[in-house]
Design a protein around this ligand. Sequence first.
Ligand code: SAH
Length: 347
Amino acid sequence: MPQSHTSLIGMDLSELGEAAVAAGGKPFQGKQLAQWLYAKRELNLDAMTNLSKELRAKLAERPMLTSRVIASEESGEGTTKLGIRLHDGLVIEAVLMREDDRITACISTQAGCAMGCRFCASGQLGLKRNLTAGEILEEFFHLNELMKPDWLTNVVVMGMGEPLHNYDNLLKALTILNADWAFNFGARRVTVSTVGLPKRIRELAEQGFQFNLAISLHGVDDASRSALIPTNAGLQNILDAAKYYFQQTRREVTFEYTLVGGKNDDPATAEKLAELVKDFPKANVNLIPMNPVDGSGLETPSTEAVSLFTELLQNAGVNVHVRRRRGRRVQAACGQLRLKLEEAAAG
Ligand code: SAH
């Protein structure tokens, strides 16, 4: 990677040690850097008073952040969405949501997405590229400007991209987020949302972390699921992997279900869904009425369909929540802000 794009952000402890040495310092100073950068979220080298002036001057030759905020939209309901331009001009999004005493970050892991979900704006442009671990973590620093001195209580990996399709960089970023030498952010407060890549779900289950897993279901059989998710890896494979995740981590699995008008929002489907999730004793189902996406040819469900669907699940004993269309006015639905920005840039 060219030097000009290599920030300290995204480096693990040994890499920070190497960077310190390369700048004329000592290996143990990697730990000091981790403390400043990650634990204190201090990006100003001048504030790092336990590092020598010479070391700081040398380290200053690297950019601290490789991305920058180019747009910020507020919903007035405690939600702010940032458009973030990466060093190569691609635009991603990160969202901050405040509700009562919760502060949640929704972060992206890829520019674009390869999964092609029909109702998702991120899918419309295809995958541009994976974010590096550093670029994923940079999102937290941009969001930090909106909340400091407060800090996050929760993180959801539900922005642009399929996190498990960028597995290595995701894991590196989340490891740094969780590590006690770095952000020290509790794994149980982090939720990774996936379209359902069974092999990766199993791999994540074996890492020894306590991250929450959310599976985007959106269909109750492979025919209906594949109609909305062309890259569907097979419902049974996904459910088996989810079960394995639960067995290994003892973390509850959440199922996300985007309700699309006339496609997967009928009463018979609700009953089938209740049947499917019965094997997951404490599972939550999050219903997300589809946010309209231009050009998708799909429609948002009627209020009546959403109510009936919810009621049927509840009657079947399922723990169900309807996700409020928070920040709809700022186009908080997945990927929509970026689409707008890219269109503006192209036009
Ligand atoms: N790739 C991950 C994260 C995607 S965004 C995944 O598939 O889980 C988080 C959730 O929002 C997913 O369940 C996704 O399917 C859903 N989603 C995307 N676009 C949407 C839209 N326009 N309306 C409602 N839900 C949407």
